[in-house]
Design a protein around this ligand. Structure first.
Ligand SMILES: Cc1cc2nc3c(=O)[nH]c(=O)nc-3n(C[C@H](O)[C@H](O)[C@H](O)COP(=O)(O)OP(=O)(O)OC[C@H]3O[C@@H](n4cnc5c(N)ncnc54)[C@H](O)[C@@H]3O)c2cc1C
Length: 436
């Protein structure tokens, strides 16, 4: 009920007409969500988006723990009715197809989290942005923020590409990996161990497994790289290759060639894609793993990718973007009502905690012993529901399954030194990213 403006006791539009309560920079999932929730709490919100929607964006696989927020935003039925593909789990398999495991949400989680969605981001983001406008947010597309002044702790001054100077009591940076305010205040650090490049495109004619598994995300593990295959509509499969930046520099191939040749040289992927037709350009993204030291100030908060992002392997980006927006909206309202910074500091702590949990998982994902235990989980240790919980987005809970996760990492350590927990993967025999 916190999203009902009447229940908060905050008068509608308690800023002046010339000064908005909040300006949100960016209309991706983070910005739209924060703006919607703040407007529903009775604040005047202006959202400035650089592009005109629908626009292409990467990040097509969602997580079940987002479902609660979809309900509160009134989006669940629209997602079910729209052209989005139901996702019931995720499969991880080696590139030669010899070892693999499917983690199923519907066998391990409460019913509310049995299903998520694979989405075309252009349509998903547009749905969220329209929802923001319908909730009372003033949305201006094709308006880029060019400068932000934060010197006065009780207001923020924004300059735009349209030559306007706008004021608000508070500004939320949801500008994605461009991290407008974060870059200005400093403290952005790239995660050195995760210097990767992703090449990706959409394809037709890629068969799927029967039944519910048709909607699973498929992650294919290579010796030095990995693929994602995400069925985003009945017709389209998103296929991406994530490789070390050093490999891209030294392999001497164009993105198109590297992607096509690595597909052809990876038996498990090649078999699925022998009749595939690429229907988009090959896109590239690099240096996408980074963290922000500082996420809040008296007149600003960073949310979504603008606050940090770590590696796409577990499809966490949109969930963290929207969850951080949800937490930030509550904290910003409290900051404007009471003047206290306590809620914003709690917000920062929660987001850093969630990113840390994923970082622990993701940085280990690139280690052989981790994959040996992860892809061959033994039922007797009771770890599958815990792993599925992490894959589904259960990382904001205070205690969660911390002890079981600690057990999981203890087993990985035993595997590293003694190899007793799971059969070894013959690493040297796995396919690798193509090179000339
Ligand atoms: C290779 C790769 C694969 C990924 N796969 C997944 C996945 O499968 N699942 C998943 O959940 N996540 C995935 N992600 C992450 C996902 O893309 C992001 O986490 C998510 O888009 C973050 O949402 P956001 O709203 O914070 O930022 P964005 O979606 O980037 O939105 C930011 C918005 O701000 C606007 N903007 C930027 N600068 C300005 C400005 N100066 N003024 C006004 N507007 C501005 C932009 O136009 C944009 O619309 C992946 C990321 C990468 C790199």
């Amino acid at each position: 009920m916190a999203d009902n403006p009447k229940s908060t006791g905050v008068p509608r539009r308690f800023g002046t007409h010339s000064m908005n309560d909040v300006i949100v920079i960016g209309g991706g999932p983070a910005g739209s969500t924060a703006a919607t929730l703040l407007a529903r709490r009775g604040l005047s919100v202006l959202l400035l988006e650089r592009d005109r929607f629908p626009r292409f964006q990467i990040g097509e696989s969602l997580l079940p723990y987002n479902n609660d927020l979809f309900d509160r935003l009134g989006l669940s039925e629209k997602l079910q009715a729209g052209d989005f593909f139901p996702k019931y789990g995720a499969e991880f398999v080696t590139g030669d197809g010899t070892i693999g495991y499917t983690f199923r949400f519907d066998q391990n989680l409460a019913e509310q989290y049995h299903r998520s969605f694979q989405v075309k981001r252009s349509e998903f983001d547009h749905l969220l942005l329209r929802n923001a406008a319908q909730s009372g947010v003033e949305v201006r597309e094709e308006t880029s923020v060019t400068a932000v002044q934060l010197d006065d702790p009780n207001r923020a001054v924004i300059e735009t590409s349209t030559g306007e100077r706008l004021e608000a009591r508070f500004v939320i940076d949801a500008s994605g990996h461009g991290a407008l305010i974060g870059n200005r205040i400093g403290g952005k650090s790239n995660v050195e161990s995760l210097k990767k490049v992703a090449f990706f495109a959409h394809y037709r004619n890629v068969p799927r497994p029967p039944g519910r598994d048709a909607g699973n995300t498929l992650i294919v593990v290579l010796r030095d790289a990995w693929f994602w295959m995400i069925p985003i509509t009945e017709e389209l499969m998103s296929v991406g290759l994530v490789v070390d930046r050093e490999h891209v520099k030294s392999c001497g191939m164009s993105p198109e060639e590297l992607l096509a040749r690595t597909i052809a040289e990876t038996p498990y992927v090649a078999n699925r894609m022998n009749a595939a037709e690429r229907v988009t350009q090959v896109y590239a993204r690099k240096d996408f793993s980074y963290a922000m030291e500082r996420m809040v100030g008296r007149n600003f908060a960073l949310i979504g990718d603008a606050a940090g992002f770590i590696d796409p392997i577990f499809s966490t980006g949109v969930f963290i973007a929207m969850k951080s927006a949800d937490l930030a909206a509550a904290a910003v309202e409290q900051r404007l009502r009471s003047g206290s910074m306590r809620f914003l500091r709690n917000y920062e702590r929660s987001v850093k905690g969630a990113l840390h949990k994923y970082f622990r998982f993701i940085s280990n994902f690139y280690r052989r012993e981790f994959l040996e235990v992860f892809m061959q989980p033994r039922p007797k240790f009771g770890l599958v529901p815990v792993i599925v919980g992490v894959l589904a987005g259960n990382v904001f809970a205070e205690r969660g399954d911390r002890l079981k996760l600690d057990l999981f990492f203890a087993l990985v350590a035993v595997q590293k030194h003694l190899g007793l927990i799971a059969p070894r993967i013959e690493w040297e025999r796995l396919p690798a990213a193509a090179s000339v």
